[in-house]
Design a protein around this ligand. Structure first.
Ligand code: G3H
Ligand code: 13P
Ligand code: ZN
Length: 332
């Protein structure tokens, strides 16, 4: 058993309470590689922001769970080396799919886990979440749960259609499970193709897709039922057009990729939404930088040559999200 406290990590409890009270959101960035980890830490230190580094099932498979855990420990030390005296870094399991996965993460140094029972019937979701909470709380680890279904691919589980969270269910769910935060479905979705063209309108000037607005009425109703309770938004990448354009210009093929407009996330961050998940935007920034680099330097083959601009592009993206969208800067 490795306690996250020994690794210098923190859980989400105080972080979320402060974020809800002061009207900003904590960034939850997914990572699979060393470059993503470095860029996340550089951005968090530069902006004096707390940060959640999250690991999906796919990331555990790709990078190896032990390596990721040591990378998170390394992240804390790296933040200190960069001049941050007291980094606030959470190591979080994203979309945990079973009690066993959550337990294994808790036992190996995670400070927060998500148990995603959103595809289960309501009562089974409660039962599973409650079991994870009981184990996690023994170790002072915080638990995120989910009610409602996001469209798109959620960690290998594909849902064709989204089902908004039912506000009338949230009190029973939060009370019976004891979860620390709740991910809800209000129209966000995973990946770089969040909406089908027929769900959008088209800007007559640019020809670009304009996505439908998030269901802020559902968010408001949830907040009314659970005042001050930490709410989480998954699937919150904005799919920056500049990165999509660069990718397409240099040989990529991402037609009609569309995300959540940053303006809507800014609005959400001011509410009880205190954790916003971003993964796809970092993938796009990295891919755009690498494609551009290869197009301009066909003679390069040292990974450090193309991963340096990729890391810089991700850092720039993370800083932008923290300062211009979530408002978590200067909160350490
Ligand atoms: O919610 C999904 C995250 O973006 C993680 O994606 O399962 O491909 O690592 P992944
Ligand atoms: P995006 O695909 O919108 O980046 O969402 C990531 C996410 O929700 C991770 O859990
Ligand atoms: Zn997610």
């Amino acid at each position: 058993m490795v306690s996250y406290k020994k690794l210098g990590l923190v859980n989400t409890k105080k972080m979320f309470a402060k974020a809800v009270k002061r009207g900003y959101a904590i960034p939850a960035f997914n990572f699979n590689t060393m470059e993503q980890m470095q860029a996340i830490v550089q951005a968090a230190v530069e902006t004096k922001s707390p940060v959640i580094m999250q690991v999906s099932k796919g990331a555990r498979k790709y990078a190896n769970p032990t390596i990721l855990r040591y990378m998170a420990e390394g992240a804390v030390q790296y933040a200190k080396e960069l001049g941050c005296k007291k980094p606030q870094i959470v190591l979080h399991l994203d979309h945990g799919d079973s009690y066993e996965t959550c337990k294994s993460c808790i036992d190996s140094g995670f400070s927060s886990v998500m148990i995603d029972g959103s595809s289960l019937p309501f009562k089974e979701n409660i039962k599973l979440t409650k079991k994870v909470v009981a184990y996690a709380h023994k170790h002072d680890v915080t638990v995120e749960a989910e009610l409602g279904v996001l469209a798109g691919v959620e960690d290998e589980v594909a849902a064709e259609e989204s089902h908004y969270t039912k506000p009338e269910e949230v009190v029973e769910f939060a009370t019976k499970t004891g979860c620390d935060s709740l991910a809800i479905s209000i129209g966000t979705s995973h990946g770089a193709y969040k909406f089908k063209p027929e769900q959008c309108t088209r800007d007559p000037k640019t020809g670009k897709l304009v996505p439908p607005p998030l269901a802020f009425d559902v968010l408001k109703a949830v907040e009314k039922q659970l005042p001050g309770f930490p709410i989480v938004l998954h699937g919150s990448s904005s799919v920056p057009q500049e990165h999509v354009d660069t990718i397409n210009k240099f040989g990529g093929k991402l037609p009609d990729a569309v995300g959540i407009p940053e303006e809507q996330l800014r609005k959400a961050a001011k509410s009880a939404v205190c954790k916003i998940n971003i993964d796809s935007d970092s993938r796009l920034a990295m891919t755009a930088a690498i494609r551009k680099h290869f197009a301009e330097h066909p003679e390069h083959f040292d990974p450090r040559q193309y991963l340096t601009p990729a890391r810089d592009a991700m850092k720039e993206l993370y800083v932008h999200k923290i300062v211009k969208v979530l408002g978590s800067n200067d909160k350490l």
